[in-house]
Design a protein around this ligand. Structure first.
Ligand SMILES: NC(=O)c1ccc[n+]([C@@H]2O[C@H](COP(=O)([O-])OP(=O)(O)OC[C@H]3O[C@@H](n4cnc5c(N)ncnc54)[C@H](OP(=O)(O)O)[C@@H]3O)[C@@H](O)[C@H]2O)c1
Length: 302
């Protein structure tokens, strides 16, 4: 089932935390890469270039990992910012689908893989969600996931669609670890509220590996939850993080403070959680390099 014909990959959002590691990993595996960015950069095209000239010649696969950072504490949760959050996900997918569909059938990329989030599933302390579970309609962020995923559908037999519905991505140079590291380093690491909320997560190398396998293996289709098999709570994550840094972790941040900083609509991502498993990763035989939070954080903090 290896799709060995894929060589050149266009990565929208390839300058970001996930995108830059994905780009490196793809290159290490012998793929040629080109980025779509808002800014002119080396080895990249801008969204305007894409709109005007279409997909670069010879593009075999397209990946979208673009998206305005939802948890930027410096940005207020205004209607304008929310519009940016939507546009950077839904409109980028729509644009990519448009240019994919403009290609002649022989020139069409063979795969379009796009990221989404486990915020699709309604927070719940007990329920276990897999790819067949319903969701995507209970709040702003879950509806965003629905629209984001819907906008990625090419609707054509020539291009295989893959949706990587990801947990929190853990890695050195971005995301939650980069945001929290200074506090934990200073011994101010704190669980959020009761800390009992679940926190679906995945190591950055493992999610990049899922994208790479999605290009190579035609069995990768539809939604794939990208989560590590070990289900942890916010408290377990906090304690492990602090212990590996040899720092205390007896503090907690009340939900009200998180809601004050981020607004209640987006604070949900930290104050509530869901237990998510990946049936599809299991079915597809995806090997996870960092299955436990201990192994993942040890690797990141070393
Ligand atoms: N990190 C996580 O834990 C996680 C978990 C689940 C899902 N995701 C999703 O994965 C995607 C990438 O996450 P990340 O952590 O890598 O984010 P990131 O480091 O902030 O990078 C995202 C990239 O998206 C582009 N971008 C940002 N704002 C944009 C806008 N308004 N319009 C168009 N493009 C914009 C930027 O590229 P240019 O500056 O080059 O244009 C940026 O490099 C996001 O959609 C995020 O929601 C992330």
């Amino acid at each position: 089932m290896n799709n060995a014909n894929i060589r050149k990959v266009l990565i929208a959002g390839g300058s970001g935390f996930i995108g830059s590691v994905l780009k490196q990993q793809l290159q290490k595996h012998g793929f040629e890469t080109c980025i779509v960015s808002r800014m002119p950069r080396p080895d990249s095209i801008t969204w305007d270039d894409l709109n005007q000239n279409g997909i670069p010649d010879g593009t075999d696969a397209v990946i979208n990992v673009a998206g305005q950072n939802v948890l930027d504490p410096m940005r207020r949760w205004t209607p304008g910012f929310k519009q940016n959050v939507i546009a950077s996900r839904v409109h980028t997918n729509q644009m990519l689908v448009k240019v994919i569909n403009q290609c002649d059938s022989q020139q069409k990329p063979k795969v379009f893989a796009s990221i989404s989030g486990v915020g699709y599933y309604r927070p719940d302390a007990i329920q276990i969600y897999d790819e067949n579970s319903t969701g995507g309609d209970h709040d702003f962020l879950s509806k965003l996931c629905t629209d984001w995923e819907k906008a990625s559908k090419v609707g054509d037999d020539h291009t295989r669609n893959v949706t990587v519905r990801s947990g929190i991505v853990l890695g050195k140079n971005g995301g939650i670890i980069q945001q929290m590291y200074p506090l934990f380093f200073l011994g101010l690491g704190a669980k959020i509220d009761s800390g009992t909320q679940h926190m679906p997560w995945i190591h950055i190398e493992d999610i990049c590996n899922i994208f790479i396998q999605a290009l190579r293996n035609e069995k990768f289709t539809g939604v794939i939850n990208a989560v590590a098999p070990e289900i942890v709570t916010n408290e377990q994550f906090t304690k492990t993080f602090a212990r590996l840094l040899r720092r205390p972790s007896f503090l907690f941040i009340p939900a009200q403070i998180i809601e004050f900083i981020f607004s209640s609509e987006r604070a949900v991502m930290m104050t509530q959680g869901q237990k998510v498993i990946s049936k599809r990763m299991e079915e597809l035989g995806v090997q996870i390099k960092y299955p436990t939070i201990e192994e993942a954080l040890k690797n990141i903090l070393k």
